[in-house]
Design a protein around this ligand. Sequence first.
Ligand code: CO
Length: 291
Amino acid sequence: MKTKFLIPMAILILMFCSGIAFASPGKGEKAKKPGILLVAFGSSEASARVSFEDIEAKTRQACPDIPIFWAYSSGIIRAKLAKQGIVLDSPQTALAKMMDQGFTHVVVQSLQTIPGTMYDGLVKTVDGFASMGKFKKIVLGAPLLDSQKDMEKAVDAVLKTIPKDRKKGEAVVLMGHGTHHPANAFYAALMFQLQLKDPNIFVGTVEGYPEIKEIKTWLGAKKIKKAWLIPFMSVAGDHAKNDMAGSGKDSWQSILTRAGIQCKSVLKGTAEFDAFIGIWVAHIKVALHQI
Ligand code: CO
């Protein structure tokens, strides 16, 4: 972005955010009290907290006057954390608390990667709270990949965050989560658009299509000798550490190594990079415009 646009844009954002926070109430109207709820799948890995703190900081920077809350959608992760004394709310509990605290206008921001099953769950939760009528307005922000514009930004972000040591002719294999949900198609769509810029970038999934067996075949056909394995998930959690980079015989690293491809695993989630965080924050801004 050109610098000459930065200052007017910052002023606009500030005006916009403070407008939300300080809009004076009409006659008999309750004061507007906006809030943001960030919803991640969650992670029990301590390293994931760094990414989440970063997202929160960037959200606060974009809208400094609006309180930010967190919820984890995974009950398993919440239960695991509770045993360590770390209590995190489900989206429903967090929204009920915000309701009790008198928030009137709420943005629920999904920190998911695709609009899949978990996002659908969040749509239902937000619809449910909207129909209760206690919030004046409640709006759901889109996940990382939700439009062609997001795809283009994600392609840029991937290209920008590939380790500099990767040499020409070496493949980059991204590991997405994958799902039986139709939104699984986003992964192959992303790969198609990445390959228009760099034909040696592949996107596979743990639980959807393409699988590692397809990736292995494609790498073989191109006679690739070395691959960089990088998670395409918000945090480098269990899937990245075990299914991607683990020493077990079924890990991607083991499968590709057996096929004669030297592997280098990068244990960093998308939420650790500003380039990806920016896409989610842009979605928060879109949602804020609607409340
Ligand atoms: Co999983």
